[in-house]
Design a protein around this ligand. Structure first.
Ligand code: FEO
Length: 387
């Protein structure tokens, strides 16, 4: 297990999780990495750790460079166990290490691990000298936990950004110029849509705080490090955090006897006729985390469900719950579906979309099997409302 050099005396010493496919509900079809970094200076510093079951891999990489017992400082940018899970093991080896974290970080780490390590609580803007280098800590609360911070190394122009700018990609390559940029950017978008999306205000604030930094490398805690496409990823984050959308409609549905599916296809055609990009996404065939990637930049979110036992189809309810939690803003919703007799589902979908804070178009609710004439009239009316 070789470490990977970022710059002189700065190494990636993380772990690669090739097999993970479910990250608390997020489909990680490309696996992921947990990125940790070792800086060799007068004070040997480890930035973040890895998920507990991959500790040995991180330790092997560190041991290629130094005796892990010689680590002086450990920086914990984030409490979530994918980054702190190996702290108990590494702190047991580096017995004299000081652990730097935010006030919420100290609270969270104590709650998780019940250990009274040698904590040193940081202030935002505080600078820690480690020899020839300095580490500046910038607190980024709720990006995406209360404890988050990022660490900037000015001498080498590296930002250790933790979850921000991450992507779930397992690979031996470490930099954005070593993989297809399309893949890296797509996974960065998926990561943002499924993890960071609710925290746009905090992202905007953090981007403001980081705006004047000179950057050679952004080193997130998952996936690929950015060095060749820094303006591209920063530009995308700038758009994503303000909920900037494009003329695009995502039509999401489940269906029992294909009537709701027929309506979904007609809605797609209506948006197509108006020059919109469209995505038709059956909940039977698409994972909700992949749907969110498309929702991320869509102006219209159309959701369809037939009525099942006076209720929504379970797949639709699951998606709507997920959507509401991720809270995209500045969107227009459209509820639709077929029904047999009681027909509550469309109203329930519409209420969900309103609860998400979306404006809504008049819903489309058709009994049993839609006929061509009825559909044509409904779609002409819909096209008139699409802006
Ligand atoms: Fe990658 Fe919030 O942990």
């Amino acid at each position: 297990m070789k470490p990977i050099k970022l710059k002189d005396n700065i190494y990636w010493v993380g772990s690669i999780d090739w097999s993970i496919r479910n990250f608390h509900g997020y489909l990680t079809q490309r696996g992921t990495t947990y990125n940790a970094f070792l800086i060799i200076d007068e004070k040997i510093t480890l930035i973040d750790t890895v998920k507990y079951h991959l500790f040995d891999e991180m330790l092997e990489r560190i041991s290629e460079i130094i005796d892990p017992a010689d680590i002086d400082y450990v920086v914990s940018n984030h409490v979530e166990p994918d980054h702190s899970g190996s702290l108990p093991d590494i702190m047991a080896i580096a017995k004299n290490a000081t652990l730097f974290t935010t006030p919420s970080g100290e609270k969270g780490l104590k709650a998780h691990y019940k250990e009274d390590w040698n904590f040193q609580v940081t202030k935002t803007g505080e600078v820690l000298n480690i020899g020839k280098r300095n580490l500046a800590f910038v607190h980024t609360p709720m990006l995406h936990w209360p404890d988050n911070m990022v660490t900037y190394l000015p001498e080498d122009k590296i930002l250790f950004s933790n979850d921000a700018f991450g992507q779930h990609i397992a690979s031996s390559e470490r930099f954005d110029d070593q993989l297809s940029l399309g893949i890296v950017m797509e996974e960065a978008k998926k990561y943002y849509a499924n993890i960071v999306l609710p925290f746009g205000t905090q992202v905007k604030k953090a981007l403001g705080a980081l705006a004047d930094l000179e950057l050679d490398i952004i080193a997130p805690s998952h996936g690929i490090l950015w060095r060749a496409s820094l303006p591209a990823i920063l530009g995308e984050y700038d758009k994503w955090c303000t909920n900037t959308t494009e003329d695009k409609a995502v039509i999401i549905y489940d269906t029992m006897w294909q009537s709701t599916e027929i309506i979904a296809e007609k809605i797609m055609n209506a948006f197509d006729n108006k020059g919109f990009k469209t995505r038709l996404m059956s909940l039977k065939d698409n994972h909700i985390s992949d749907i969110m990637t498309e929702v991320q930049t869509a102006k219209y979110i159309c959701v369809g469900s037939p009525t099942l036992n006076n209720n929504l189809m379970p797949n639709v309810a699951s998606f709507l719950t997920y959507l509401k939690g991720l809270a995209p803003k500045n969107r227009i919703g459209l509820a639709f579906g077929s029904y047999g007799w009681s027909g509550q589902s469309v109203g329930q979908v519409e209420q969900y979309l309103k609860d998400c804070g979306f404006d809504t178009l008049d819903n489309i609710r058709i009994q049993y099997i839609p006929d061509e004439e009825q559909l044509e009239k409904t779609m002409i009316e819909l096209e008139e409302k699409i802006i």
